[in-house]
Design a protein around this ligand. Sequence first.
Ligand code: ARG
Length: 260
Amino acid sequence: CMGGNGDGDGDGNGNGGSDGNPETVVIGSDIPYEPFEYRNEAGELLGFDVDIAEAVFADQLGLDYEFEQTGFDGIIASLNNANFRVIMSAMTINETRAEQVDFSDPYFTAYQTVLVLEGGDIAERADIQGATVGVQRGTTGEAAAEDLQSEFDGDLEIQSYDQITGAFDALLNNQVSAVINDNTVSADFAAETDGVVFLEGDGVAADRDDAPDYLTLTIEEYGIAFRQDDDEFRGEVNDALAAIREDGTYEEIYDEYFAA
Ligand code: ARG
């Protein structure tokens, strides 16, 4: 990943900051999920979501904001318990979640993909049958693994980890033969880890020009999640998202992380 300059204070205490501004937007997020939300060696919070938060909440809406670490599994319950104002966590918009929260307009397209060890047990899609795959608990990667499990009549073992790093470690330690996860996050890990590659094959996104050229299991869109009684604020955030697309800020941030 190319880095970033996000400066959300990321102290994680969710106390609304020290400047006494009551308008601080506390953002629930599961960190690390590089390149969307992660810390560098100095402990600074960086990432695509962090930069989008800066552009939307700070620059467009004039609000302070801070990120609060929250486990991904249960992050929706935590939002609905008012532990923070919004979720920004590379979260995919889907119907199940939309019963419990309202989403912003989509701000990023992602694909579920299969990461494997080069020369390992899985060389093609059919080899996933009978294997053990690692996922992050509560994610659409876990849901995609469950779909494969049904397709293979149960002949697939799923190991769920609290954070994606647990699944990546399990792959390197041969505890799982594959990791099913969002493409750009897996791409970052593969880029910095020898012998880790995407499973090839024609997937659901094969005919899209902007899609990855390896196996894709799903096409997804990320959204910012709000409580269902927060419509006015959600409208302001949608306007801000539209404004940063229009003025080039979105593209600048996008290129910083994902330029070819
Ligand atoms: N996009 C996937 C989902 O919504 C994974 C998100 C995981 N995010 C994170 N920050 N750990 O389920």
